[in-house]
Design a protein around this ligand. Structure first.
Ligand code: BTN
Length: 327
């Protein structure tokens, strides 16, 4: 179940008045529930790790501002950005992409963002699972309704990677690389992955869901991932505000989406080439269904495919699969 809008209001009220004790009756009236319900919800928030001080017979005060991606807090930071005007929040769900695809089928508006504090079955590319530790990462699915044909999907995917790179590097100051198609790497390890899913007819996209997972405040990665994945906190050696990264991401997504609609694919593919060390002359292993092969990259074509030259001289444009840098 999505988070009750009134719990969102409760969080917003406490954050807005963080320096004072907010009277229980005032909270109850403002959010439209009983004082007992307020008490119950405060208890639930405490169990989720939000530190709230209770002053008997007076009210409640936040001890620390929580880094919760509550819709009202996101909206307050985001201003009038169309992507994120409608935010659907879950404390826990299986996958924000699964939720977003359901909402997209129910004709929810362009720019709707589905967020979760935790995913129990986060989906990765190529049938993998996305590790989605509670409150540590950003698990976001953005629903777009582009006036474009299904062939535009790969460029939308590159666009998402580009926007995520700009957002992460501007908030953290870290040097971020993009591995085709859209993994973000810091010091050679993955910090962000993007899974694009869509519903479409032959010649028209109904909706594209950009599912974006960013490892933000994980203090360590599971043993199976520690050689290939990291978090922004582990690389920057300080905690990073998830809400700042998320807001920057949604703004950058909107900016790049407008660029794509106005100036066409090349506006994205050229910027992607400038932003990724994988675009030209990178020695890679190609894993694309068939046997693995060694190749060198030769740029991205206007459709978003990665052009490669195999070591046996053959050339190909990759539209799916993944690549690994040869060291
Ligand atoms: C990858 O394998 O690199 C893609 C990972 C995508 C993970 C994100 S987290 C938010 C959204 N919901 C999902 O179930 N998956 C994507």
């Amino acid at each position: 179940m999505p988070t009750d809008r009134r719990i969102d209001k409760l969080i917003h009220l406490l954050v807005k008045h963080a320096t004072v004790v907010v009277p229980g009756p005032k909270i109850a009236t403002e959010i439209g529930v009983t004082r007992f319900k307020v008490f119950k919800w405060i208890e639930s928030l405490r169990q989720l790790g939000v530190e709230i001080r209770g002053v008997p017979a007076v009210g409640y005060q936040l001890v620390t501002i929580p880094d919760i991606l509550a819709p009202s807090l996101v909206r307050a930071e985001l201003g009038d950005c169309p992507i994120g005007r409608n935010v659907v929040h879950f404390f826990r769900t299986d996958s924000t992409n699964a939720e977003a695809l359901k909402l997209a089928a129910d004709s929810v508006e362009h720019g709707t963002v589905v967020l979760a504090e935790e995913q129990t079955a986060g989906r990765g590319r190529l049938g993998r699972v996305w590790f989605s530790e509670k409150f540590s990462g950003i698990y976001a699915s953005v629903i777009l309704r582009p006036p474009l044909a299904p062939a535009a999907a790969p460029v939308l995917t590159l666009m998402a990677g580009l926007a995520a790179k700009k957002a992460v590097s501007s908030v953290t100051g870290l040097a971020v690389d993009i591995r085709w198609p859209n993994d973000l790497l810091v010091n050679g390890k993955k910090v962000c992955g993007i899974l694009t899913e869509m519903s479409a007819e032959v010649d028209r996209l109904h909706a594209v869901v950009l599912g974006i997972g960013i490892n933000v405040n994980h203090s360590l990665m599971p043993a199976a991932l520690e050689n290939i994945a990291t978090s922004l906190r582990m690389e920057a050696h300080r905690g990073i505000s998830r809400i700042h990264v998320l807001v920057a991401l949604l703004r950058e997504l909107d900016r790049h989406y407008q660029l794509l609609l106005k100036n066409g694919n090349a506006a994205i593919t050229q910027r992607w080439e400038a932003a990724s060390s994988f675009a030209h002359g990178k020695r890679i292993r190609v894993l694309a269904g068939g046997p693995e092969a060694m190749a060198t990259t030769m740029g991205v074509d206007p459709s978003g495919a990665l052009k490669v030259q195999y070591d046996d001289g053959r050339q190909e444009s990759l539209v799916a699969g993944e690549v690994v840098e040869l060291k």
